[in-house]
Design a protein around this ligand. Structure first.
Ligand SMILES: Cc1cc2nc3c(=O)[nH]c(=O)nc-3n(C[C@H](O)[C@H](O)[C@H](O)COP(=O)(O)OP(=O)(O)OC[C@H]3O[C@@H](n4cnc5c(N)ncnc54)[C@H](O)[C@@H]3O)c2cc1C
Length: 421
């Protein structure tokens, strides 16, 4: 490809934060809440105009289980708080639009036997959930920057010192003590020069609403893909979520597919009016690019304990398996003040998909985690005096930050290198 030299220029330093979170999906929202609730001056950067990423802007409204499918809750903390808040305005199940409050058996004192049958999951109204998250971030004191895209970052030795962003003010720099990559696509990790891995096997997928005969209905549409997304047993075209042409192709081709499906429905009964209602405003890429740290979580690690555990997750496809998430799979190894959250942590194969969810762990109920009856008690104790950007001890306050991976939360308190309060 021919290249052109872009002249260097001075840019304004627009803000300074202890922690900057890139990406306002569920992972970024949780990370920012955890950070701000722990007293760090926190900013959340989001390129779109709403919170929730794939979950809300992509209409992927199912909040996958917080339990192991065998009646035990393995995720608590912020993951549970967000699930509860996501369906706070629902009073009943409405199948056609996938409104589904969490099963009553998972309330305190609920029927233990029923918990083996009904998983601790819910399905939310994406618009209510977006607004609820905005409220939660405001209450936590997070500074929100919409329409703001991360474009580059500056490093000062083994630390990220500034994030370069673009928005309506043009291009500017934000100074940070620590940074969290919750972009879903490991954009910040890649820009910081950390090792990453990219999957080129994403299939066309889109969840959308339509109105048929006056009834609102949700439609989940996806080409076939295997349990392990790195396998190529998929229905083409196979796309990368981190190549500009593929991103546009995904959007255009899924919309053409939606048009075709609506035309089919109309042709079945011309007397019934069918209209598209809420299209996804973010492409349905499942696994795109992730941090590749020296440790990569795999399904083979199910039921293993790690001394640097920050949380746990079950497997949304299968009942039984439980993965413990070690801190190593969210920590960058080059930049010491950089963590990943959500679907871009260091995990592979089915574990990537299992972690690729908006859920987390930690919290009192982890005491019941299989294989680790005292799991949360074994998290590292306070040590103090950590280097810039290191991770501080876990705290037992379930509000202060659940472990993360899928919906990615930051389970431990960040101690940014500058401006710590
Ligand atoms: C078709 C499909 C179906 C799914 N079904 C389910 C399901 O039923 N249940 C479930 O729990 N999970 C499901 N998932 C997975 C789940 O949606 C995601 O894994 C989860 O929502 C990821 O959250 P996240 O916050 O890590 O990433 P995302 O939701 O991708 O959020 C990333 C955010 O970062 C922003 N961003 C990206 N780059 C930049 C940048 N450079 N600068 C600023 N902002 C940026 C994006 O706009 C976005 O808001 C599904 C996924 C797909 C694709």
């Amino acid at each position: 490809m021919p290249t052109l030299h872009e002249p260097a220029r001075e840019i304004p330093l627009s803000a300074t934060y202890d922690v900057i979170v890139v990406g306002g999906g569920i992972a970024g929202v949780a990370a920012a809440m955890a950070s701000a609730r722990n007293g760090a001056r926190t900013a959340l950067l989001e390129r779109c105009f709403g919170l929730g990423g794939l979950a809300t802007l992509g209409n992927v409204v199912v909040y996958e289980p917080l339990c192991d499918g065998r009646g035990r809750q393995v995720i608590g903390g912020l993951g549970e708080e967000l699930l509860v808040r996501s369906v706070a305005d629902l009073t009943s199940t409405q199948k056609q639009i996938q409104f589904r409050p969490a099963p009553p058996c998972w309330r305190d004192g609920g029927d233990q036997a029923l918990r083996r049958q009904e998983r601790y999951e819910a399905a939310f109204n994406p618009f209510s959930f977006q607004m609820e998250m905005e409220k939660l971030l405001g209450e936590a004191g997070v500074e929100l920057w919409y329409d703001t895209r991360l474009c580059a970052c500056l490093r000062d030795g083994a630390r990220i010192s500034h994030l370069i962003v673009e928005n309506k003010d043009g291009r500017s720099a934000m100074a940070c003590g620590a940074a969290i990559d919750a972009s879903g696509d490991a954009d910040l990790c890649a820009l910081a020069g950390e090792p990453t891995e990219t999957l080129e096997t994403n299939v066309l997928a889109a969840w959308y609403y339509l109105i048929e005969g006056g009834q609102l209905k949700i439609q989940a549409m996806s080409k076939r893909f295997p349990d392990d997304a790195s396998e190529r047993d998929t229905e083409g075209p196979l796309l990368s979520g981190v190549r500009a042409r593929d991103v546009t192709r995904h959007v255009v081709e899924t919309r053409a597919w939606i048009r075709e499906r609506i035309a089919n429905r109309r042709s079945k009964d011309p007397a019934v009016e069918v209209h598209p209602f809420a299209l996804p405003s973010i492409p349905g890429f499942r696994m795109t690019r992730r941090l590749a740290s020296s440790f990569t979580l795999q399904m083979g690690h199910a039921h293993q304990w790690f001394d640097d555990a920050i949380g746990m997750t079950g497997d949304w496809r299968h009942r039984g398996p439980v993965l413990t998430l070690p801190y190593r799979c969210i920590r960058a190894e080059g930049a010491r003040n950089l963590l990943a959250a959500g679907r871009c942590i260091s995990s592979a194969g089915r574990a990537w998909d299992a972690c690729d969810l908006r859920r987390h762990r930690r919290g009192r109920r982890n005491r019941r985690s299989p294989g680790h009856p005292q799991a949360w008690r074994r998290l590292p104790r306070p040590a103090g005096g950590r280097p810039a950007g290191a991770v501080a001890p876990a705290t037992r306050d379930p509000r202060s930050g659940a472990g993360c991976a899928g919906g990615g939360l930051i389970s431990r308190r960040l101690q940014p290198g500058s401006g710590r309060r």
